[in-house]
Design a protein around this ligand. Structure first.
Ligand code: 5RP
Length: 225
């Protein structure tokens, strides 16, 4: 599995060219993209500026020597490379098991090309069948949101850290992992969830990905929208 993540991550790094403004996703697959981009910056003098989607990605990017910039200063990005937890046949996604969905969605919304990197186990026919849907919520009154989210047809579970305290995102919020059996109408659900007062954003990334790099036992292939 680790090998497949590495193949997908490194293949996506090859799509980056000189002068690009690059959104840098979060997660164990993107980690390999960051390492590869860092090597290209050091060895080839690749001239890029990255926008990180998490504190973790910012730290790694600085360690490997990727120059970083600010989304507000840079404007529209050329390419963003990010992982996902599920990908359906329309290239719609569930993201956020890594806890960075809000910044990832902001960066994805301001990029020309969103390239998703996954191993083949994350390809599904219907969203929600493999992964829970992460929903980031404000801390204030978050317990009141449990029933509002459950009313949408899921079993919401407050994400916990290893020490038994609720997980806190880079934005200071909590996350509910909402287990649906399946999500047949993701566009409707996205609006319904975001209409719940106290919800910051949910992990449905719809009509955003332009390419998905899939690493499987038989090789790496690319799906385009
Ligand atoms: C973080 C994410 C990640 O991209 C997603 O969870 C996939 O991570 P990994 O590559 O570690 O499986 O959405 O918020």
């Amino acid at each position: 599995m680790e090998d497949l993540k590495q193949q997908a991550g490194e293949r996506a790094a090859e799509l980056v060219t000189d002068g690009m403004k690059v959104g840098l996703g979060t997660g164990s697959t993107v980690h390999y993209t960051l390492l590869a981009l860092g090597r290209r910056v050091q060895e080839e003098g690749l001239d890029i500026v990255g926008v990180p989607t998490s504190v973790r990605t910012e730290r790694t990017s600085l360690e490997v020597g990727i120059p970083l910039g600010d989304l507000d200063e840079l404007g529209r990005l050329d390419i963003t490379i990010d992982g996902a937890d599920e990908v359906d046949p329309h290239l719609n996604l569930i993201k956020g098991l890594g806890g960075a969905l809000v910044r990832e969605k902001i960066v994805a919304a301001h990029t020309r090309e969103l390239v998703i990197i996954v191993d083949s186990s994350k390809m599904v026919e219907v969203l929600g069948t493999r992964s829970p849907l992460p929903v980031e919520v404000f801390q204030m009154g978050h317990k009141r949101l449990h029933s509002a989210l459950a009313d949408l047809g899921c079993a919401p579970a407050l994400r916990m850290d290893d020490d038994g305290s609720p997980f806190v995102s880079d934005n200071g919020n909590h996350i509910y992992d909402c287990r649906f059996e399946r999500i047949p109408r993701p566009h409707d659900l996205e609006m319904e969830i975001n209409n719940v007062i106290g919800v910051v954003q949910n992990g449905l990334f719809l009509d955003m990905a332009t390419r998905v790099v899939v690493a499987s036992a038989s090789g790496v292939f690319i799906k385009r929208r």
